[in-house]
Design a protein around this ligand. Structure first.
Ligand code: NAD
Ligand code: UGA
Length: 463
């Protein structure tokens, strides 16, 4: 089938950047990204490219090139479904907050809504692509809804999980390690796979496009995230042992990473991983394993989350303990709130949990993040429902300038590894702080010798 029209339901961190790159690389295909969230769509359509809703290095230029040519953002979901030959579903799949599987299983209500809407609207054959991260065998449910509520047209369901990381989304999309496409083993299924392969082949070398059956593709996505997160929990577990023994986790990471079987990536000890996906996807994996009665498998993976929670809590307790067992009314400056550098996304950021612990101890938290607003910070804390919104608002001081944020502080905690933090005039910061001036580096980005020569009491993770 020659593809001329694609639509994507969901204009979020995945739908927006992914479709922008497809549109840029396939000028002959019209790409429509649709979302129920009118505010988000308006922001994608904002003439000023600084205002598009997702900050990713390089994304503004790509949107600027393709938008209005063959890339469109709209709230007209039904129209886009009707016109498209390929429909990507890229909606959120958060952890369930109610009912069976609460706190573990993926909430598939948005996925099901999409499937029902596609079934209702479609008047000709469509390829439906799961771009969202889904539990293994979700395609079965989607197929059942489409076939039983549709208008008799043929649907092919493909799984095409997304592996981009935030902060590097554009380069990950332009040069992916691989594109994974799972489909039915039937002739129609294979034809649908080939159709999607042809879209990606516009810029991805075909030897990097891997095709599998649907279930392998769905499960590979959860597996990839579980393995990545497991490496972080593994090195973080070692960081605590390093602190007790005089070993330095950065040296240990370097030493083991030079083993080509281990490799150097994803071995950076930290205050704990955040982001919308690692925890959600592992909990989902744990839930799936449990539902098949595989309790040892479930416990094995759950430990990755237990370790990560411990790492966040350990960081905040250490701050309290080091500041003479009280942070009451002390100003503690947070450098960074985003879950990693080069993104404005704060979902599940370690900063939220560390702040929550410290506010429980009556600390005042002064936050500076180059891309995160006060409104977002307060929304993140309010979401935890630990205390009244006004108490959060009183406990959080936010600043547009890191030097202002640090003035009079008892301690600085580095929560995000933004490059600019390393460039600061740390002498100036030191001079404006209470003494002794403490720095708790949750990202191991500052230089211990330099910090100590200025006079800071400097603590890093795992050394
Ligand atoms: P997101 O919350 O940023 O975006 C999802 C969007 O879908 C929202 O704007 C929401 O309004 C919209 N939506 C929900 N239901 C809808 C409906 N019925 N019709 C129209 N729009 C609807 O989420 P995200 O971060 O883009 O993640 C989407 C999926 O991709 C998730 O399954 C996630 O696990 C997966 N994923 C995310 C990343 C990442 O880096 N964020 C990477 C790989 C995979
Ligand atoms: C992660 C995966 O890397 C992507 O492949 C995947 O597509 C995505 O999840 C998803 O499914 O949502 P992302 O969460 O955007 O991407 O970012 P990562 O670079 O993986 O970082 C996740 C968290 O781990 C961040 O808080 C980061 O600071 C932390 N991290 C990462 C460490 O603490 N140490 C490391 O060595 C690496």
């Amino acid at each position: 089938m020659k593809i001329t029209k694609i639509c994507c339901i969901g204009a979020g961190y995945v739908g927006g950047p992914t479709m922008a790159v497809i549109a840029q690389k396939c000028p002959h295909i019209q790409v429509k990204v649709v979302d129920l969230n009118a505010e988000r769509i308006a922001a994608w359509n904002d003439e000023d490219l600084n205002n598009i809703p997702i900050y990713e290095p390089g994304l503004d230029a790509i949107v600027g090139e393709a938008r209005g040519r063959n890339l469109f953002f709209s709230t007209e979901v039904e129209k886009a479904i009707d016109e498209a030959q390929i429909i990507f579903i890229s909606v959120n799949t958060p952890t369930k907050t109610y009912g069976k599987g609460k706190g573990m299983a993926a909430d598939l209500k948005y996925i099901e809504l999409c499937a029902r809407q596609i079934a209702k609207i479609a008047k000709d054959d469509k390829i439906v692509v799961e771009k969202s991260t889904l539990p293994v065998r979700t395609a079965e449910a989607i197929k059942s809804i489409l076939d039983n509520t549709g208008n008799g047209v043929q649907f092919q369901i493909l799984s095409n999980p997304e592996f981009l990381a935030e902060g590097t989304a554009v380069s990950d999309l332009l040069n992916p390690d691989r594109i994974l496409i799972g489909g039915d083993t039937t002739a129609e299924g294979q034809e649908a796979i080939q159709t999607l392969v042809d879209v990606y082949a516009n810029w991805v070398p075909t030897d990097k496009i891997l095709t599998t059956n649907v279930w392998s593709s769905e499960l590979s996505k959860l597996t990839a995230n579980a393995f990545l997160a497991q490496r972080i929990s593994s090195i973080n577990a070692m960081s605590e042992l390093c602190e007790k023994t005089g070993a330095d986790v950065n040296e240990v990471a370097k030493a083991i990473g030079m083993d080509s079987r281990i490799g150097p990536k994803f071995l950076k000890a930290s205050v704990g991983f955040g982001g919308s996906c690692f925890q959600k996807d592992i909990l989902n994996l744990v839930y799936i394993a449990k539902s098949y009665g595989l309790n040892e498998v479930a416990d094995y993976w759950e430990q990755v989350i237990i370790m990560n929670d411990h790492q966040k809590r350990r960081f905040s307790s250490n701050i309290v303990q080091t500041l003479y067992n009280t942070v009451s009314d002390k100003k503690i400056t947070f450098l960074g709130w985003a879950f990693k550098k080069d993104t404005n996304d704060t979902r599940e950021s370690a900063a939220i949990y560390v702040a929550d612990d410290l506010i429980n101890e009556n600390a005042k938290i002064a936050v500076y993040d180059p891309k995160v607003s006060r409104k977002k910070i307060l929304a993140d804390l309010d979401y935890l429902e630990s205390r009244k919104a006004e108490d959060n608002a009183n406990a959080i001081l936010s600043f547009e300038d890191p030097y202002e944020a640090s003035k009079g502080a008892h301690a600085i905690a580095v929560l995000t590894e933004w490059d600019e933090f390393v460039q600061y005039d740390w002498q100036r910061i030191y001079d404006s702080m209470q003494k002794p001036a403490f720095v708790f580096d949750g990202r191991n980005i500052l230089n211990r010798a330099e910090m100590e020569s200025i006079g800071f009491v400097y603590q890093a993770i795992g050394s």
